[in-house]
Design a protein around this ligand. Structure first.
Ligand code: DAH
Length: 347
């Protein structure tokens, strides 16, 4: 019996040595050590042995079984290791492949314009300031040389919340706020982009729209400074070929006041449906700060002078991007907004 066990052991070791796959290895385990395996069969036959032989044969079978098990285990480890290496090799990531593009949202055209204007003015040393949208009559009108009952109040249809509070109709209110807040009454150079509200609603007017206000106060500020600044501004936003035309106008907070027209960027000034055949499009209100406004907000008009301007952000966006209805800017239709993807890059 001993010999039979040794033969089995020998044969099994040979076979284990010559396996070519993990499957073959498992088959060998079943063949020798499984329930119906050859070595197990030997154990079953032990009933026929004498009491002295039994423990000897029993322990021999156990030794052989342990040997075979550990040989199988060793080879099994080897196969598993090889398999892992192969798998890693196959799953190698090719980092030179182009990545799938992630679709990101696009910037709203009005925000694009705001950022462009902010960058420009910050580069010229201006501060970007903010003001409340729910404003007092005092800051929206009175401190801007528009006392109660002044006829020019009719220029803007307002949403009053109480008799003293209203939704601001113009970012000009921030002019007065900035002057009042500046306790040292030192020079000012600010722009203020923000939302304003009026009782309007058609294809070119919305009850809510964006404006940007500019205010410069210093010694010896003249019309030349205003003109130079607006020229840089308009050319940067609407294109280097834009021409400017200053048309005398009236605003209560400036004297003299001007409306600034820009040569129609669609027809270049020849006349088309956009500029109503005039070749010009009105873009800005501006002027030299009225001495009353300086005085009312704590600045000495003998010492200081200033210029101010205001423009509609939505109008600028409409001109720049050829948008025909202002309401597109507020209905947030994704098909509309998607068109502004990478718009700047094609400029
Ligand atoms: N606030 C004016 C408007 O809403 C625009 C404006 C005109 C602003 C002249 C100014 C200015 O600062 O000087 O129509």
């Amino acid at each position: 019996m001993k010999e039979q066990i040794e033969q089995i052991s020998q044969k099994a070791k040979e076979e284990i040595l010559h396996t070519n796959s993990i499957k073959e290895l498992y088959d060998i385990r079943v063949k020798y050590l499984g329930k119906k395996g050859e070595l197990t069969a030997v154990l079953r036959g032990m009933g026929a042995l004498t009491a002295e032989e039994r423990p000897i044969i029993g322990s021999l079978v156990n030794v052989v079984r342990d040997e075979l098990e550990s040989l199988i285990k060793e080879k099994e480890e080897k196969y598993k290791q090889e398999e892992l290496v192969k798998k890693l090799e196959e799953e190698k990531i090719d980092i030179t492949l182009p990545a799938t593009k992630i679709k990101r949202g696009s910037k709203h055209p009005v925000n694009r314009i705001i950022e462009e204007i902010e960058d420009l003015f910050v580069s010229m040393g201006y501060d970007v300031v903010d003001g409340p949208e729910l404003e007092t009559d005092e800051y929206c009108f009175e401190r801007l040389n528009l006392p109660k009952g002044h006829p020019a109040r009719d220029m803007q249809d307002s949403f009053y919340v109480t008799s003293e509070y209203l939704l601001r109709t113009q970012t000009s209110s921030v002019q007065a706020r900035t002057m009042m807040k500046n306790e040292e009454k030192s020079p000012i150079r600010i722009i203020c982009p923000g939302k304003v509200y009026r009782r309007d609603d058609d294809a070119t007017h919305s009850h809510q729209f964006g404006q940007v206000e500019g205010l410069v106060i210093d010694k010896n500020i003249s019309l030349a400074d205003l003109k130079g600044t607006l020229e840089v501004f308009v050319k940067k936003v609407l294109g280097e070929n834009s021409k400017l035309r200053f048309r005398p106008s009236y605003f209560p907070f400036t004297e003299p006041s001007y409306e600034v027209d820009v040569s129609c960027f669609k027809c270049g000034g020849k006349g088309c449906n956009l500029c109503k055949q005039t070749g010009w499009i009105e873009v800005l209100g501006s002027g030299i700060v009225h001495p009353n406004v300086l005085k009312m907000n704590g600045y000495d008009p003998e010492k200081y002078s200033g210029f101010a301007f205001g423009t509609g952000l939505d109008r600028l966006a409409m001109f720049k991007y050829g948008i025909t209805d202002i309401r597109y800017l507020y209905t947030n239709d994704v098909r509309f907004l998607n068109q502004f993807d990478r718009k700047d890059e094609t400029k």
